[in-house]
Design a protein around this ligand. Structure first.
Ligand code: SF4
Length: 366
């Protein structure tokens, strides 16, 4: 069995570590490129959402390299994610590929579901081995998110923000090769030390932007055209509302809608949206309000074209923006999104935030 999986941000580093340590033969899809996107666009229905198209591209490229088993997450709720796997199977079957697709349905804190699904895939693996592989993969996931959070803040203080990105990429390369949990934590400390050794201007008071939206496009830099890096290079502190480790721990270890964090988001969203609309639509609303309460200068919503939950959220955001005097930029992403127009919109938004801050405090910003 040669397994593969779709890309989503840095998720590949944890998944590969888990599968490799469970003794599976892993064929990682090549990094997402224009070819991946073109393949996905060519073979997917035109109105399918962008993540589905990129998944298709990932699968085709991995199957071409010899993968024969695709492992992917299932979903529930009113949006199309629940149908993803079925649609993807149809597409790949029509193309004549010979493969198995294993869909891991959300466990929703039911450990019997978790065990049932994992037993099916990893029937040959002893439990102790599974636990140790899981712990390492989970630690990688958490450490990557912590490092990313730090990097997103520190780019704004660096005289050369690109040097922070360079150190972060070097950190990810080392993390990929690390098989020891303690070493992972030293890697983060090492990254922080190296960043603090860079030429920094800690007297700056950078603008702060919160990123909300659909999880795939928030996490996957290929689809959001490296938004975090771009904003950092414009001297902005970026905070992401979703991290992979949060998502996994909420969906896996506890019921996603029943955590203190989620209650807070729901409470914040309630005056505008009272119920789940699929995907992260409700979180987009709640987190936007929480960013305003935390004093952020603005919020950027990322949404794949035709994403139903984010369309619902997008229709509410102008009201929130007006009532709270909080600038919100909605960026809808698809295969036609190009770098030039994207950068222009970002620059204009950052400019607007800078002017707003200047008008409020009469000081100089960034
Ligand atoms: S949340 Fe949006 S992009 Fe994601 S599967 Fe649902 S409709 Fe598609």
């Amino acid at each position: 069995m040669k397994v593969t999986f779709p890309h989503m941000g840095n998720m590949n580093l944890s998944i590969k570590s888990l599968f490799n340590n469970l003794g599976l033969d892993v064929i990682e899809p090549p990094p997402i490129t224009k070819r991946t996107l073109d393949l996905g666009v060519k073979y997917s229905p035109e109105f399918a959402c962008l993540p589905l198209k990129i998944n298709i591209g990932n699968y085709i490229e991995a199957l071409e390299l010899g993968a024969d088993t695709i492992i992917m997450g299932g979903g529930i709720g009113p949006c199309r994610f629940g149908y993803y796997a079925e649609v993807q199977k149809e597409i790949l079957n029509d193309l004549g590929y010979d493969y198995e697709m294993i869909v891991l349905e959300p466990f929703q804190s039911r450990w019997e579901n978790f065990i049932k699904q994992f037993k099916f895939i990893f029937k040959h693996v002893e439990w102790w081995k599974f636990i140790s592989a899981w712990r390492l993969a989970w630690a990688k996931c958490e450490v990557i998110d912590k490092a990313n959070e730090y990097v997103n803040q520190m780019r704004a203080y660096a005289i050369e923000p690109q040097s922070v990105t360079k150190l972060y990429k070097e950190f990810l390369r080392k993390l990929e090769r690390t098989e020891d949990k303690r070493e992972l934590y030293s890697l983060v400390i090492g990254l922080k030390d190296k960043i603090l050794d860079l030429d920094l201007d800690m007297k700056r008071d950078p603008l702060k932007i919160g990123i909300v939206g659909e999880i795939y496009v928030v996490l996957e830099p290929f689809t959001n055209l490296n938004l975090e890096e771009k904003l950092g290079e414009m001297g902005v502190i970026v905070d992401r509302s979703i991290y992979l480790s949060d998502w996994v721990s909420e969906h896996l270890f506890s019921n996603a809608s029943n955590t203190a964090k989620h209650h807070k988001i729901e409470e914040a969203a309630e005056p505008y949206l009272e119920h789940f609309v699929g995907g992260h639509g409700l979180e987009t609303i709640g987190q936007t309000i929480l960013y305003d309460e935390k004093g952020y200068d603005g919020v950027i919503q990322l949404a794949p074209f035709t994403c139903m939950p984010e369309i619902v959220a997008q229709s509410i955001l102008p009201e929130i923006s007006k009532e709270r005097n909080l600038p919100v930029l909605s960026l809808v992403l698809d295969e036609h999104t190009g770098d030039a127009g994207f950068i222009t919109r970002l620059e204009a938004f950052v400019d607007l935030l800078a002017r707003k801050r200047r008008d409020q405090v009469g000081g100089q910003v960034i």
